[in-house]
Ligand binder design. Sequence first.
Ligand code: ADP
Length: 163
Amino acid sequence: MRKAIYPGSFDPITNGHLDIITRASRIFDELIVAVAQNEEKKPLFTMRERLEMIRGAVRDIGKVKVVHFNNLLIDYCRANDIPVVIRGLRAISDFESEFQMALMNKKLCDEIETVFMMPNESYSYLSSRMIKEIASMGGAVSAFVPTFIEKKLKTKLLRRKER
Ligand code: ADP
């Protein structure tokens, strides 16, 4: 069985992430979407919310499992027999940090391969950070995230403002 893991912060999941998940699920028998805790990035959504949103968004894709991890990615892969890490490449700007991370992971564990996938070009400018910025200023993000996630973003940001 060909397994792959797609790790990230997914704060929140976007149509760009979903494009990569759809493409990867056509290649692999099982795709594990793994949400990193990443407290240093100060996520807007809690781990529970991020997992719930991803599960809702991938419901119709099939062959996709959603998990969280807070240890080293490579350790998670070893413990769960996952030989492939999927990362999305949007633009040249992603390349340097992704290249560095892939090489470091290779150094830590030579048997695990990183596979880079490009989204459809219409998603190549999308990032969770930008979506949060637009939504926080009242802009519409319906073209960039599933409708139920747009609603969750609005509620969350409204609550933040009220605090
Ligand atoms: P991280 O904090 O690990 O970068 P993200 O959730 O921002 O987590 O991204 C997870 C992965 O998805 C990364 O490989 C990132 O490059 C990729 N990605 C993010 N947005 C897009 C997009 N619009 N199209 C394709 N890949 C994307």
